[in-house]
Design a protein around this ligand. Sequence first.
Ligand code: FS2
Ligand code: SF4
Length: 543
Amino acid sequence: MFCYQCQETAGNKGCTVKGVCGKTADVANLQDMLVWQTKGLAILANKLRAKGEQISKQVNHMVSKNLFITITNANFDDEAIVREIYKTMDMKKELLSKLSDEEKQGLKDVVFYDERDAAKLLEKATKIGILSIADENIRSLKELITYGLKGMAAYVKHANNLRKDDEEVDAFIQDTLEQLLDENKTLDELVALTLKTGEFGVKGMALLDGANTSAYGHPEITKVNIGVGKNPGILISGHDLFDMKMLLEQTQGTGVDVYTHSEMLPANYYPELKKYPNFVGNYGGAWYAQKDDFENFNGVILMTTNCIVPPKDSYKDRMYTTGAAGYPGCKHIEGEPGEHKDFSELIEHAKKCPAPKEIETGYIVGGFAHNQVFALADKVVEAVKTGAIKKFVVMGGCDGRQKGRSYYTEFAEALPKDAVILTAGCAKYRYNKLNLGDIGGIPRVLDAGQCNDSYSLAVIALKLKEVFELDDINKLPIVFNIAWYEQKAVIVLLALLYLGVKNIHLGPTLPGFLSPAVANVLVENFGIAGIGTVEDDMKLFFE
Ligand code: FS2
Ligand code: SF4
């Protein structure tokens, strides 16, 4: 195996024996195979599209789900991944049947590859992975684009669950997957494709934003309870709001309460979700804290997406997965995009569990997505004009296990009192319980939501640019100090680069998949930099 797609990759170089995330070599290789087969499927879809044929939603959804499955910490289940590979091979056959023998001429081997023997499949998987690209700079850019596509696909898949599709975004993903197999691509062409990926990342996030807000209303300022009730509960984690809604509906009147964990916290901000009386609040911290949080929770856990940490035996039998998520030995709740899912087994299971153990009390405040911030626009603009707010600091992104991430807590604490944090994603758990106060009623931590709600942060920045009549987003009093971990953060980064944001600081380490030359391109053209000490960065940003 070779995998270097996340921030915790071994030695910041690559996991080669087993993933730091817990992924086995077989799972890593099968994920490579799934991505490769998805490229084969994409080639066929592109060919049919070019002939003027309509590509079915089933194909588009399959491409997005396959990519999502390979995101860090989403799916550890080798048998489930093999099933998806076979389904993809079946779909290729179906699309191939629509081409004449002449049209099949010259198509790449991947289009025809169909191997149902698991051992042979694994053997082949070791030959088509990341290291099959010899040139380290081409490899670096192709992987940067691949990770951007994976992040975009995750957002698209959530929108698909809410029956929203954007054929233009699907077509882009599939066209780009095919381009990634082109061995003649130059570095310049790949840099251009990287920015194009960012452009479609914005479209993908806009699609999901529209899907979420049209289904559940606009997030609004909300005090989220972090204590517990007396009933047994189900703890729902990951990012899928459609699963959340179905769970809330099905638990009504059962005596089972619902709590969010990690990236599901922002579900508390949506009017159509927070209205349910048995939706108690949020339990615990960021994804990496789940081993303690899930043990303490006592009840049933539902993982709708990443980030799964290999579970402890103490709660493994209480953990269920659904959608793109999977873990061997944990029951998977089936359901295609947009389909009704039956959570009755979880509810019956939860009824037999003790109530959650109280680990903290109080509340956290969030719900500052674009609509809510626009409602406060006059107040915000006034505070900037009077100098009450001197700077906005975008600190969105991911949290993670590494000790060095305490930097973000210390950085938030050290900020000047006239600075406001704009955040989205699980990175906020490093500072969202610090009680950093407010500026004239505007909280100093404005949480827009999940990592995909970084879209809101971009919309807010563009609005401020318009209000202050600036010709360049970089003239705003905003600094970007973003934390990354997995591939959704990559698409957020590419989206910001496409929007023209310069001088983004990215930590806690720069990606291991960036070769020195590619890192240099990002530094020279976009001013991307890492992080330093809190003291040095305070001087850099505020003096
Ligand atoms: Fe956090 Fe994990 Fe949100 Fe990432 S819960 S690192 O998936 O996508 O952010
Ligand atoms: Fe390693 Fe990250 Fe890949 Fe897991 S996802 S194998 S930790 S690089």
